[in-house]
Structure formats: structure tokens, C-alpha cells
Design a protein around this ligand. Structure first.
Ligand code: FAD
Ligand code: MLT
Ligand code: ZN
Length: 461
């Protein structure tokens, strides 16, 4: 029987997208780096429907790619083998419960991150995961990628925010452990397997997440620096002076800052080589001493600073930061992306050495360096002035090698927050030991013996 007919037997008509024209957007990734095909897109209206889908997929060895907001930067969310189906969870997207005393919210996996944030905000609390794609990425995708973003410094990554999980296994069975416990030492913490698994071990359908008190006041500031070591001194100072308040420390190099300012139609009139966007979140009502903050900046030789004087100004600062990826895609076309992290103590030498290596082989390289420097992660994106088309991908392997060699020298990672997907699976063995990869393979074989869950991702072929 045809794949689509098998699903038609158990699903309602509106749970399947069969029209090629309507399927098309689900088969291309955000970057337009990968384009693929699929048999159909399935839109289960309930967890029970999803279980039926997985039972059929399991019995008939049909490859399934779960897709959230399709904002993956490494081709994780679109199929990489033929005859796949894509499963989307936009109809499994409700709030299940809010528990104020436990400080948790339980939401379904298809809920868009921004909707979770606003639900929690309206209830008087704060959900801290925040990324530029928050208007379209979904909680299930955030968990499957162990998303990081702008507030990791204080609240950790998605892994730190998940207390309980509900998952449909490849054979259609359901594991539902939506625990509100902040402590639990009953053997291995099995939910961790699905966090960061990139859709390769099952489909996440709901999660219990930690929520926090809202900040009383937020101070947003943009600091221009001439030297990278000033950026690091600023981080050190803020981590000491504002240990509890510092929630974001985002770095932008000059080319990135200019590109995004131009794209956003915003100019702050700051001059420098390096820019830092910081946020301090204050919990008490005692007011904030801005003069002291300025003095602290001056003591580091940093006089070129703007402290946002209104929400509007703060939003503009964040707009410039959050528009970077779009500005880059729409202005410079294709770029070779890296989502690396190195120990903060190695950042300066990493940045200097990598630039030297790249410029010596690619003198026309435009290095677009930005990211969540406060937690040691950087987006090291490279465009080549000679060409902005897909032809640039012919240099991807060489550029990856140059960047990753420097990353390894610093004991860093090739995927800080975007995951491995199909883009980086060939490089996994550079950062994980043979034994670690074997353990991952063993778990995959055991949980997904028919290799139907998002095959072709994460693990080497
Ligand atoms: P998708 O892209 O749809 O899927 C990603 C992976 O998760 C795939 O492997 C997919 O199969 C799997 N998946 C999706 N839903 C489920 C589910 N319910 N169950 C099991 N597996 C599932 N990431 C960061 O970490 N930090 C950032 O700051 C950041 N900024 C970004 C900015 C922009 C402009 C863009 C486009 C992306 C950014 N990203 C960032 C990357 C991306 O948004 C995140 O990885 C996000 O968590 C992916 O969520 P998604 O719903 O779009 O997942
Ligand atoms: C971001 O931090 O804005 C994204 O993770 C960036 C990207 O690599 O495009
Ligand atoms: Zn990022």
C-alpha cells in the first residue's frame, strides 16, 4: 500500500497535507541550505493521533521527521532520506497547566516559544528562554535542540529549564512524566536523552518547564570597545559587580553591527571595533545607580556607551542584535556558518588565530563574528566577497576545517546551541570520543531499532 494511503486509514482528512504546493515550505530549511522532498506532511490533532501515526510508521519502516518552527540552522528539521513523512505539531500546542507554587508551566510541544513567554508573562511570571527565532520556533524544537539563546548566562540552556517530559516513542508508545519536581534522584534521568536528540529518538509532545519571578527593572546598555580584551575585561567586571543581575552579554563585531544597523534602519552613532549588548535584570525596587555603572565602565576606558533610557530604546538595541541572521541572509547571501563555543579564557586567542588562518587562505573572507559571548559561544559566519551564491558551499569543507581546528586547539565545541543536524554530523568525531559515539549509537539502536526517527541526522552514517 502507498505510504499516504496507510495514514489515510487512521487519520482524518485535515490531519494530512498532500498538496505538493502546500508541502513545499516544509521541505526547505530556514537558511535555504537544504531542499528535499517528502511523501506528505502529517498534522495530528492529538497525542493519540500522533501515536497512531508512529505505530504505522514503525510497522511499515517509514522515516519520520518531526518539524517544529523549521528554524534549524543545520538542516535538522527536514528529511534527508527518501520516502519520509514530516510530522508537525502546530495542533498539539495548548497550555496544559500552570503551577504557581511549584513555579512550573506545562505546555504542549507545538506551542510557539513567544506564546509560552507571553502566557507566562500574563500570569505574572517569566520564562527565560529567548532567541531571535522565538516568533516561530516551538517548545518541542527548543527541547530537541537544547536551545540556548540570549539568557543562558543566568538561566542556563533549555536542558536546565525542563523538569518533565512527554514523548511518543518510535513504536507509538507514550512516556509521560510531566514532573514538577525540582529534585529527583531515582536512577538515571532518562528525559535528558530526548533533550538535544534532534528528533532522532521520538517525538516530544509536552514538557513541564521552570518559570521565574519577573525582573523589577531591566537595564539595557550598548558598549563600544576598541580591543577584544576590553570586551573580556567588561565581562569579568560585570560578572563580579553584577553577578546576580547580568542576564545577557551579547557580542557583535564591527562588520556585524554595521550590517544589522543598516538592515534595521537604526543607527546608534557609536564608533568602535567591538560592541557588547548587555542586560542587567534587577529584582529589588531600590533603584539602580547608573552613575556608578558609568564610572565602572570609565575605569575600563569605556566611554562610548549608551544606557537605554526607555523601553523603546532598549527594544531598538535588541532589534539590531536579533536581526543579524536575517540581515546576513538577505544582504550577503550564502555564508558558511559555525556555532562554536570555547572556554571564555581562550576566546581572545581563538578569535585572533582563526582570523589569521582564514585570511591567509581566503583573503576575501568577510568574517561575521557575533554571539552569546557571556557563555563562551560565538557564531563564526564567513561570507566570501567573490561570490554570494550557493557556489560558496564548495569552500565549506575547507573553511570548516580551518575554524574547527582552532576550536579543537582550545578544547571547544563545534555545536554550542544549534545542534548537529545533517550539516555537522561528519565533524562529530572531532569533538566526541569513539566511546561516546558508540553509546549514542547503542541508545539510538535500542530506542529506535528500525531507524525511522529523523534518519541521517546527528550520528555519522
Ligand atoms: P525545528 O527547526 O523545526 O527542528 C529542529 C530539530 O528539532 C529537528 O531535528 C527536529 O526534528 C526536532 N524537533 C522539532 N520538534 C520536535 C518535537 N516536538 N519532538 C522531537 N523533535 C523535534 N538557536 C539557539 O539555540 N539560540 C539562538 O540564539 C538561536 N537564534 C536563532 C536565530 C534565528 C534568526 C534563527 C532562524 C534560528 C536561531 N536558532 C537559535 C536556531 C533555532 O531557532 C533553534 O534551534 C530552535 O530551538 C529550533 O526550534 P524549531 O521549533 O524551529 O525546531
Ligand atoms: C543568533 O544567536 O542570533 C543565532 O543563533 C544566530 C545564527 O547563527 O544565525
Ligand atoms: Zn545564537
Amino acid at each position: 500500500m502507498q505510504i499516504t494511503s496507510l495514514f489515510k486509514e487512521v487519520l482524518e482528512t485535515d490531519e494530512m497535507i498532500l498538496d505538493d504546493f502546500k508541502i513545499a515550505p516544509y521541505t526547505i530549511d530556514w537558511r535555504k541550505r537544504y531542499q528535499t522532498s517528502c511523501r506528505c506532511v502529517l498534522r495530528p490533532k492529538s497525542v493519540q493521533s500522533l501515536q497512531k501515526i508512529m505505530r504505522i510508521a514503525y510497522e511499515n519502516h517509514i522515516a519520520v521527521t518531526p518539524q517544529g518552527g523549521n528554524t534549524s540552522m543545520c538542516g535538522a528539521s527536514i528529511p534527508s532520506v527518501e520516502n519520509s513523512v514530516i510530522v508537525i505539531l502546530d495542533r498539539i500546542s495548548k497550555v496544559r497547566s500552570l503551577n504557581i507554587l511549584d513555579k512550573t508551566v506545562t505546555v504542549e510541544a507545538g506551542m510557539v516559544l513567544a506564546n509560552v513567554q507571553s502566557f507566562v508573562r500574563e500570569a505574572g511570571f517569566y520564562f527565560p528562554l529567548s532567541l531571535a527565532s522565538e516568533g516561530s520556533c516551538q517548545i518541542g524544537g527548543n527541547i530537541a535542540c537544547n536551545a540556548g539563546g540570549l539568557n543562558v548566562l543566568r538561566y542556563g540552556t533549555m536542558r536546565d529549564l525542563v523538569l518533565g517530559l512527554e514523548v511518543v516513542l518510535p513504536n507509538g508508545d507514550l512516556i509521560s512524566h510531566l514532573s514538577s519536581l525540582h529534585k529527583n534522584t531515582t536512577g538515571l534521568d532518562t528525559k535528558q536523552l530526548w533533550i538535544g536528540s534532534e528528533g532522532t529518538l521520538g517525538i516530544i509532545t509536552a514538557a513541564t518547564l521552570k518559570i521565574y519571578a519577573q525582573a523589577n527593572e531591566k537595564i539595557t546598555l550598548l558598549v563600544a570597545c576598541e580591543e577584544i580584551n576590553q570586551v573580556l575585561s567588561l565581562l569579568e567586571k560585570f560578572q563580579f559587580e553584577y553577578m546576580h543581575e547580568l542576564t545577557s552579554f551579547e557580542y557583535m563585531s564591527l562588520p556585524v553591527f554595521e550590517l544589522s544597523q543598516n538592515y534595521s534602519g537604526i543607527s546608534f552613532g557609536l564608533s568602535g571595533q567591538h560592541f557588547v549588548l548587555c542586560e542587567l535584570s534587577l529584582d529589588n525596587e531600590q533603584g539602580f545607580n547608573k552613575d556608578l555603572l558609568l564610572e565602572q565602565l570609565l575605569s575600563l576606558g569605556l566611554s562610548n556607551t549608551i544606557i537605554a533610557s526607555s523601553d523603546k530604546e532598549s527594544q531598538k538595541m535588541w532589534q539590531v542584535r536579533e536581526n543579524i541572521s536575517e540581515a546576513q541572509k538577505n544582504t550577503l547571501g550564502v555564508s558558511i556558518k559555525h556555532d562554536i563555543a570555547v572556554p571564555i579564557s581562550s576566546l581572545q586567542s581563538f578569535i585572533e588565530n582563526t582570523e589569521l588562518k582564514i585570511k591567509s587562505e581566503f583573503p576575501d573572507a568577510i568574517i561575521l563574528l557575533f554571539g552569546h559571548l557571556g557563555d563562551g559561544s560565538l557564531h563564526y559566519n564567513i561570507s566570501l566577497a567573490r561570490d554570494h551564491s550557493n557556489e560558496v558551499y564548495q569552500y565549506e569543507e575547507k573553511l570548516n576545517q580551518l575554524v574547527y581546528t582552532e576550536v579543537i586547539k582550545c578544547s571547544g565545541t563545534i555545536a554550542a546551541e544549534h545542534g548537529i543536524g545533517q550539516l555537522k554530523k561528519k565533524w562529530l568525531s572531532w569533538v566526541r570520543t569513539e566511546q561516546e559515539i558508540q553509546i549514542m549509537q547503542l541508545l539510538k539502536k535500542n530506542i529506535d531499532p528500525r531507524n525511522i526517527m529523523n534518519p541521517g541526522k546527528v550520528l555519522p552514517d
